[in-house]
Design a protein around this ligand. Structure first.
Ligand code: AMP
Length: 421
């Protein structure tokens, strides 16, 4: 496998899959350009070498070509950030794209229109009648898989090499994120800089672990985190459970949780996970106290109580000070840390204290040499809100992709570049 740093793009066209799926307001102004900025080092390296990037991306979840999801809305901003007048192909396949790609000179950039305007990008049939029979569904799937080959080959024909810098879609086996890699030999496909950083960060918590390894799993529901928790039980020394999940574990053990969030159909599962942790010698760390509220609101009356003695009419919306102390002690002794999900309803200012305390402990451990990875959703919002993003080792840009990686799944976008010749 080649690394982007060792590849010379001089005179070469590179198909670069980026994640420019940025939020736009009603006037199509970009409200957060983080994802575009994240791809700049890769694009700039290609340009500095004297190469020409052909950029492919998706935007939103269009069901066909629509103005709303056109990448033309971001063209000006991409040009400004790159310092190059970026050309635009109003369709990602077809004559215009082919002509513009082929005429591209060193130092020039072409942005293709939204790849998801075509069902072939995702390889899923569109427009099927709701009452379609199983046979019709099967035929439609087969048809789109067939035309996907042509679509993928067309995209590949624009370039001499392939660079994947879209970690956010690495868990999808789409045309431009994985299948396209087959059209390039091992020496002509590689990760971009962002993807490289993400892959390394995941390896540090999944393979190349320095112990003790502590994972902090917060968020709302056990059901959405089961696979992650089960996979982590084989890897971590300490597993801290926080957030709304707490109360399912507390109730399962016979505690009183008042009106707190609970998944009654997951009580057995919670007990099972407690048992598995014991079996595997994992230190499962649960909350001992809670910050409670008499309604689900920032302005609710609040109090603190043991996590298993929450009065009727009250609900746990964050961890309490005793829990903060226990969590911090475990985190500060760790050498590898993974944080996914807040300890409470951090969207309400009055229930951010626990998440902030966890963040502070992670920052402290990081300053003493621990590797810390934050990612997979709302914990990223937490570190940004608390101004801690540059005080942890790595903040992942990939929500779903990171979650699947820590579930232990192979990500097609990574495998396509790593494994195949
Ligand atoms: P997730 O997407 O599963 O990571 O969950 C994040 C969400 O969990 C955030 O919106 C939090 O507000 C929510 N959450 C965290 N703790 C609690 C709690 N104690 N009760 C209800 N929701 C919670």
């Amino acid at each position: 496998m080649v690394s982007i740093d060792n590849f010379n793009f001089a005179g070469k066209k590179a198909f670069v899959r980026v994640d420019f799926n940025v939020p736009l307001d009603e006037n199509f102004n970009i409200t957060d350009d983080t994802r575009i900025r994240a791809a700049l080092p890769t694009l700039k390296k290609i340009l500095a070498d004297g190469g020409s990037p052909v950029i492919g991306s998706h935007l939103g979840r269009p069901k066909g070509a629509t103005d709303k999801f056109s990448l033309k809305h971001i063209l000006k901003h991409v040009s400004e950030l790159l310092g190059v007048d970026v050309q635009f192909a109003t369709d990602c396949i077809g004559e215009e794209a082919a002509i513009k790609a082929s005429a591209l000179q060193p130092g020039e950039v072409l942005l293709l229109e939204n790849l998801r305007f075509y069902a072939e990008e995702e390889g899923k049939p569109r427009g099927l009648a709701e009452d379609a029979s199983e046979e019709e569904k099967k035929a439609a799937k087969k048809a789109v898989k067939e035309s996907q080959k042509v679509f993928t080959k067309t995209l590949a024909s624009y370039a001499d090499c392939y660079v994947n810098d879209a970690f956010g879609t690495a868990h999808r086996a789409h045309a431009s994120t994985a299948l396209i890699a087959d059209y390039f030999d091992t020496d002509h496909k590689m990760f971009g800089y962002l993807m490289e950083k993400e892959v390394k960060a995941v390896e540090k918590v999944m393979k190349d672990i320095t112990r003790p390894f502590t994972a902090i799993m917060g968020g709302s529901k056990v059901s959405s985190k089961i696979e992650i928790i089960e996979n982590l039980l084989d890897k971590v020394d300490n597993l801290i459970i926080a957030g709304g999940m707490t109360y399912t574990f507390t109730k399962a053990q016979g505690g009183k949780i008042g009106n707190s969030l609970v998944e009654d159909d997951k009580l057995d599962l919670a007990l099972e996970l407690i048992g598995k942790a014991k079996e595997k010698g994992v230190n499962l760390v649960l909350a001992v106290d809670a910050k409670i509220a008499d309604s689900f609101s920032n302005d609710a009356n609040t109090g603190f109580c043991p996590v298993n003695q929450i009065p009727e009419g009250w609900e746990g919306l964050d961890i309490g000070p005793g829990t903060e102390k226990i969590f911090a002690e475990v985190i500060e002794k760790s050498k590898t840390i993974l944080w996914n999900g807040p300890t409470g309803v951090f969207e309400f200012e009055n229930f951010t204290h626990g998440s902030r305390a966890v963040g502070e402990a992670i920052v402290k451990a990081t300053a003493s040499g621990a590797f810390s990875l934050v990612g997979g959703g709302d914990s990223v919002a937490c570190v940004n809100k608390f101004g801690m993003a540059d005080k942890v080792s790595y903040v992942s840009t990939g929500g779903g992709a990171l979650l699947e990686a820590i579930e232990g799944k192979v990500l097609p976008g990574i495998a396509a570049i790593e494994n195949k010749g």
